[in-house]
Ligand binder design. Structure first.
Ligand SMILES: NC(=O)C1=CN([C@@H]2O[C@H](COP(=O)(O)OP(=O)(O)OC[C@H]3O[C@@H](n4cnc5c(N)ncnc54)[C@H](O)[C@@H]3O)[C@@H](O)[C@H]2O)C=CC1
Ligand SMILES: N[C@@H](CC=O)C(=O)O
Ligand code: NA
Length: 423
């Protein structure tokens, strides 16, 4: 079984290592040896410590996927192009494909699935969501007889590391990001992680599988963590909560709602104890009830573990016949607008400390039908802060309330608005 590896970076080098070092076991598990037939790289260079034949490296990825001796292609280049063209060329050439590319799958998964079906090959991508954690296979296979209602996850390791550090040390966002960079979690350009693009792509993939509906990336409401302040984290702490970047995909009144944003969750919630760069995904389904998947969502070796799991699966199909599940989008459910989302909110206001302030603030909430659950004042005089937590409200109604609060003379600043989840 001949394997072409596209990309030899953080993930690709570990995939190559595992294919070589675990060769005997993999051969026994597949029923035939898995042989690395070529490795496409951008530049040929020495790779000390990587146990592969230097002659396998090529800068001609297109030539590699077009070779007629290639059975399986692993794409770990990332990004949209040339990854998409290479995958399509590989499929056209009859090869099954394993990819870790969440950006591409979320952006244009439909084209890849259609090509896989047309050419009778497999497309597996467990590594694309939550790295090593088996979550796509459970949704695609183990839970396919059930009705998934909600998927709630921490699916980005970099942001979870930053938020955990802010919670543990009281650090601000910039300081925590510097720490994440120094430890090698955040990339040189951390935009995709901290602005929530990475988590949004994963949320789109999770929602598509959970609800048998094509969920385009543009349908995912996305907010990152760059605006989360040390004060937000401290305020969450004061009410026994912790701030997490959540990816939430749920079925509401027959429609799919998918969002990524920072949220406060109670410290006793199972996701609250997911610290550092770990990921976890919580699934609620009709018959199974609640399930939780936990582990490493990033890093070369953990991600390569998921890639190898897929590689063995598609290789077994090659030896034993048959194909894994293709795209399932039969339900074709509508996507619910973010404004209709129902959740609770934590709102902090810098206010004038004088009679009538509370009444004016409460009136603004009441005018938009947003009910207040708790209110407390911190500080006084020039430092007075009102902290309110609402009952469940419509996102659009809360936004209108905030707009009205900002216009009030007695409100100096709406210093924090954050959703409260998990209760
Ligand atoms: N690093 C991680 O923790 C995880 C990564 N992933 C995904 O895995 C994929 C790979 O990620 P990393 O290994 O971290 O990235 P990386 O940047 O370390 O590696 C990508 C490699 O592809 C090479 N490359 C770029 N264009 C190429 C071309 N035309 N031909 C051949 N090689 C080319 C680059 O030179 C680089 O060495 C991405 O899709 C990423 O989203 C998924 C889960 C976790
Ligand atoms: N950058 C991602 C890793 C890949 O999925 C993360 O920080 O979780
Ligand atoms: Na995974």
């Amino acid at each position: 079984m001949r394997v072409a590896l596209l990309g030899c970076g953080v993930v690709g080098s570990e995939v190559a290592r595992l294919i070589v070092e675990n060769g005997d076991d993999l051969a026994a598990r597949v029923g035939r040896p898995l042989e690395l037939a070529g490795i496409a790289v951008r530049r040929k260079r020495e790779r000390p410590g990587l146990p592969v034949d230097p002659d396998l490296f090529t800068t001609d990825a297109t030539g590699l996927v077009s070779r007629d001796d290639i059975d399986l292609v692993v794409e770990v280049i990332g990004g949209i192009e040339p990854a998409r063209s290479l995958i399509l060329a590989a499929m056209k050439n009859g090869a099954s494909v394993v990819s870790a590319n969440k950006a591409l799958l979320a952006e244009d998964g439909a084209t890849l699935f259609a090509a896989a079906q047309e050419h009778g090959v497999d497309l597996y991508y467990e590594a694309a969501v939550a790295g090593a954690i088996p979550i796509l296979r459970p949704l695609r296979e183990s839970l396919v007889g059930d009705q998934v209602q909600r998927v709630l996850g921490i699916v980005n390791g970099t942001t979870n590391f930053i938020l955990s550090s802010m919670d543990e040390t009281g650090a601000g966002f910039a300081e925590a990001l510097d720490e994440a960079t120094a430890l090698g979690y955040a990339e040189a350009d951390p935009t995709a992680d901290v602005e929530g693009f990475d988590a949004a792509a994963k949320a789109a993939i999770l929602a598509s599988l959970a609800f048998h509906t094509r969920v385009p990336l543009g349908a995912v409401h996305r907010e990152g963590i760059t605006e989360v302040t040390a004060a937000d984290v401290a305020s969450a702490k004061a009410m026994g909560h912790v701030v997490k970047l959540l990816a939430i995909a749920e079925l509401v009144d027959g429609a799919v709602a998918v969002r990524v944003h920072p949220a406060m969750i109670p410290r006793e919630h199972p996701l609250a104890s997911v610290r550092d760069a770990f990921n976890a995904v919580f699934v609620q389904s009709a018959a199974a009830g609640q399930l939780m998947f936990y582990g490493r969502g990033a890093g070369g070796a953990p991600t390569a573990s998921a890639v190898l799991g897929d590689l063995v699966a598609v290789a077994r199909h090659r030896t034993g016949g048959g194909l894994g599940p293709g795209e399932s989008s039969y339900a074709d459910l509508p996507v619910r607008p973010m404004g209709d989302t129902l959740t609770r909110y934590h709102v902090s206001l810098d206010v004038d400390d004088r009679p009538g302030v509370l009444a004016a603030v409460a009136t603004a909430f009441a005018r938009h039908g947003v009910s207040i659950q708790t209110v407390r004042q911190e500080g006084h005089a020039d430092d007075a802060v009102l902290v309110l937590v609402t009952h469940t409200a419509r996102d659009a109604d809360l936004a209108a309330t905030v707009e009205e609060l900002r216009a009030l003379e007695i409100v100096r600043d709406v210093s924090s608005v954050m959703r409260v989840e998990g209760v």
